[in-house]
Unconditional design. Sequence first.
Length: 291
Amino acid sequence: MPEDDSSSSTEHGEKPSERRRGWLERLSSAFAGEPSTREDLVELLRDTQRDGLIAADTLRIMEGALEIAELTVGDVMVSRSQMVSLPVDAKFLDLMRQVVESGHSRFPVHGEDKDEILGILLAKDLLRGVVADNGPGTIRELLRPAVLIPESKKLNVLLKEFRLSRNHMAIVVDEYGGVAGLVTIEDVLEQIVGEIDDEHDVAEDEAALIAVQADGRFVVDALTPIDDFNESFGADFDDDEYDTIGGLVTAAIGHLPETGEELTLGRFAFRVSKADARRVHAFHVTVLADN
């Protein structure tokens, strides 16, 4: 009786090793033209995807992996004005409030000058310090070393360094040694796989630009048209120069605001609840009592 080799073959008689070899041969034939530039390689990958050899999501990841070799830290970093950094001499309770409000897990800690980065504070270390019996008197004892990198560093090099060092954040310095911003491993990975939402990112309901909270405040999407805001709140903000409430508030503040920044316009108190290095996303709005 012939030996049964069904455990190593597919139902059509094709062994997995043969199927893998066939896939590789087809992929190799796609590269027969020996691409000489990155653009040629990307076009061949796109042809391969159109032929069904790789999925669209896989193609996007491969393109992202190629792209990070061309990008620098300066292209993706969170700018200094958008950084959530903590003063080293703040009280533990004040620090806890800032940590909870921001939703981040790592924070640069500075001295009197914000260019004086003393280290990185992890939220979990702060929590342990707060609840521990006879815990540290200041957060200096909880700080981890800060990694300083130039804006010109390539993202693929930084990603390798993050993996080897197991660091997740680096402080970006400019040519004069001042703090230019920060970059995280998530910032780099998002260039490859797309935006990564975590448990602190609020899912956006596109149909609900204005929503009321239980405490009486409102959550207002920064892209809410000024006309819609005026209609909802009985306001009379001018929409001649700006179309959205985000544009109006940003102009009134005078710079791209960061999370937690506040401004009062007329009878409305605006507090930035979500922002990134590119734009404001949402506000908490409180309607003030009429005088």
